[in-house]
Ligand binder design. Structure first.
Ligand code: SF4
Length: 507
């Protein structure tokens, strides 16, 4: 299948040095809008409302889309972007155990501004589209190709049966890597929905489920879907696929669910596809006693299950959850922040375990699907901050002086510097079961052990004092001496340089 010739990209995107996540988003947005990406960016602005910062404060957002693509069977993911961005993304994806190679179509100023980059991407897609190996090829435009308008929408929709999905995931339009997962998941669901509407599609690998299924939206801990399946069973329901899916044909199954559980609340584009397919979407998740009770009720109602069966599910699950919570109490004051989207759920579980949670910050935005969690937390005096910035997370830690700070890398680092025990949200908290009875007791051991380490932090602080702080940090033969006169010299040089530039501009 051939495609129309590409419009010339916008060379404005290359003006100045390194327009990317380290420069302001306004220049990039303007260049992208001029290059014909205005519609895409308007949709992103509606789906992913911005926070206080004009650039991501965590990893490159495109990592979310890349990861979703790399985890799918028979899917090739190709990046189009600056080499430094691709290096970082490839490194990170392999650090997190990517199962396959990342494709890359390199560019330079010339191929970008002449439109040759688009031709190169199209050639790469054609070269890769082997239906014996692939169901889908995903092409991801990073910041500079998006800003310059590389028109992935003009790629063929499929080549020899291999679907081609082109998406723009710029750091100046998608605020977090969590939401970037939604960009790709939503694009795939839209494609799969059009296939379902056009005629019969492939059945699930393991055959169609005997019971009506509930689609699970959000990358949860692998044991959680199993636990959710056990909770649904008394209602005559089964756990359906998890979206983002691991295989193309699971998308059909996901769209076929009797209801969708938005376990992670930031999948706005995906929810739009499910709603277009006529599927009811339920927010929150079965965490702790109260969360599980409300969730079972909401799911049962959405799926049209008789109240007696919903009650049967509650009667089977809730006593076990209550027992697990009581058996594994958590004592201590905690502040919590992260960018995974599950922060409010974890906070609920901590509070039901007995913890004194004062602050929950999420880099994700407020959506209807986290509203029940927000209300539950606020009713217990917790400050819930959506689109939380690092500065807000740190301020909360300083204000509430927690026994334990759960957070992102810079929050944990700041906490440890002040001898406050701290745990990484992504690696240590969100990588555990949270749902139902299994989730109820899963956090206590790690949290209590961390809180119990306070004395060790104090001992270390006493021993090391202020060694290695500020200009003395690093490994040295001798303790470095500060030279304020060097700084002063550099400052004077910089002032001179600025004055000379100004004078030159006036000539
Ligand atoms: S693609 Fe990612 S790393 Fe590169 S400039 Fe954009 S946000 Fe930054």
């Amino acid at each position: 299948m051939d495609t129309p010739s590409a419009p010339l990209p916008n060379p404005e995107a290359l003006k100045g040095d390194g327009l990317g996540c380290h420069s302001g988003r306004d220049a990039m947005l303007e260049a992208a809008a001029q290059a014909g990406k205005g519609g895409t960016l308007d949709q992103y602005a509606a789906d992913y409302p911005k926070g206080p910062h004009d650039q991501p404060q965590s990893m490159c957002p495109a990592f979310g889309s890349l990861r979703v693509g790399l985890r799918m069977r028979r899917t090739q993911t190709i990046l189009s972007g600056s080499a430094c961005c691709v290096y970082g993304l490839t490194f990170t994806s392999h650090f997190y155990g990517a199962r396959r190679s990342v494709g890359y179509v390199p560019f330079n100023s010339e191929t970008l501004v002449t439109g040759k980059l688009f031709e190169d991407i199209r050639d790469a897609v054609h070269a890769q589209a082997d239906p014996s190996k692939l169901d889908a090829i995903v092409v991801i435009n990073l910041c500079v190709p998006t800003a310059s308008g590389v028109p992935l929408q003009l790629l063929p929709k499929s080549i020899d049966g291999v679907r081609v999905i082109g998406i723009d995931v710029p750091g100046f339009g998608v605020p977090t890597h969590a939401e970037a997962k939604d960009v790709l998941a939503g694009a795939m669901l839209r494609y799969a929905r059009s296939e379902v509407e056009a005629g019969p599609v492939a059945a699930p690998r393991t055959g169609r489920a005997q019971l009506p299924t509930v689609t699970l939206l959000g990358e949860v801990f692998p044991a959680d879907p199993v636990g959710i399946g056990m909770m649904l069973e008394p209602m005559g329901l089964a756990a359906g696929p998890v979206v983002p899916t691991r295989e193309w044909r699971e998308l059909y199954q996901a769209l076929d669910g009797v209801a969708v559980a938005a376990l992670h609340p930031f999948y706005t584009a995906s929810v739009r596809e499910f709603e277009a397919a006529g599927r009811p979407v339920v927010g929150s998740a079965p965490v702790g006693h109260d969360g599980t009770e409300a969730w079972l009720q909401a799911i049962g109602t959405a799926a049209g299950v008789a109240q007696s069966k919903i009650d049967a599910a509650k009667n089977r699950m809730l006593p076990a959850i209550r027992g697990a919570l009581a058996a594994t109490p958590i004592k201590g004051r905690i502040t919590l922040s992260g960018y995974e989207g599950s922060e409010l759920l974890v906070a609920r579980l901590l509070i039901e375990s007995g913890a004194d949670v004062r602050y929950v910050g999420s880099a994700c935005p407020r959506t209807p699907w986290s509203d029940a969690d927000r209300q539950w937390l606020e009713a217990r005096g917790v400050h819930v901050q959506f689109r939380a910035s690092l500065e807000q997370d740190l301020a909360a830690m300083h204000e509430f002086k927690p026994d334990l700070a759960i957070g992102t890398t810079p929050v944990v680092q700041a906490a440890k510097q002040r001898s406050t025990p701290a745990l990484y949200f992504t690696n240590l908290i969100s990588a555990r079961p949270l749902m139902g009875p299994a989730g109820a007791g899963s956090l206590a051991a790690v949290i209590n052990a961390a809180i119990g380490n306070k004395a060790r932090f104090d001992a270390m602080k006493d021993f090391f004092g202020d060694t290695g702080e500020g200009y003395k940090s690093g490994v040295w033969q001798d303790v470095p001496q500060e030279h304020p006169e060097f700084r002063e010299h550099t400052r004077r040089q910089v002032i001179k340089l600025i004055k000379r530039r100004k004078a030159e501009e006036m000539i």
